[in-house]
Design a protein around this ligand. Structure first.
Ligand code: PNS
Length: 162
């Protein structure tokens, strides 16, 4: 049985917390798709293609396993992508009870829609306070984001004024 899982998210930008969960999940499945999904509820900083590129660079520079691929999805349901690629599991990183409350309804709806199960994974507690929205805010106000993001993201955001 070839087990395929999807790690979906906005990844605007990818953080060290995301990368930690991606690395842990890659060890549990034969194939792991990291999927950049447009979230209409959030105002975006980076174009989708840039988020994909930064994820690919971060995954390569962290020397994560070779069973990870990065893709994007902007039309239709997340579970449509899962069905297209034969994935039956979603992986979400959980930093706190706030994340549990946010993720639980989506997990149940995705199971109702297409029998896609969601697994919640705990990142290293060192990253528990890190979020993309915090990184966007610190970067936009000229602060140092290097402790929170992969080097590729720090390089990119320091070279473009956000
Ligand atoms: O990183 P985010 O912004 O918290 O990720 C949320 C995301 C993009 C994974 C979520 O909004 C999502 O699953 N969107 C896809 C649309 C969809 O399928 N909705 C119905 C089931 S929840």
């Amino acid at each position: 049985m070839h087990r395929i899982a999807v790690v979906p998210g906005s990844f605007d930008p990818v953080t060290l917390g995301h990368l930690d969960v991606i690395g842990r999940a890659a060890g549990l499945f034969d194939e792991l798709h990291v999927l950049v999904v447009h979230n209409p509820g959030k105002s975006a900083l980076l174009p989708i293609a840039q988020r994909v590129s930064l994820l690919e660079q971060a995954i390569a520079e962290a020397e994560l396993p070779g069973n990870i691929l990065v893709a994007s999805w902007s039309v239709g349901l997340l579970v449509d992508y899962c069905q297209d690629v034969g994935a039956s599991v979603l992986v979400k990183g959980i930093r706190s009870q706030v994340d549990v409350a946010y993720e639980t309804p989506m997990a149940i709806v995705n199971r109702d829609l297409a029998a896609v199960e969601t697994i919640f994974m705990l990142p290293d507690p060192a990253h528990a306070h890190v979020s993309s929205s915090l990184v966007r805010q610190v970067a936009s106000l000229g602060g140092d984001i290097a402790p929170y993001v992969p080097a590729a993201v720090a390089r990119y955001l320091q070279n473009v004024r956000v």
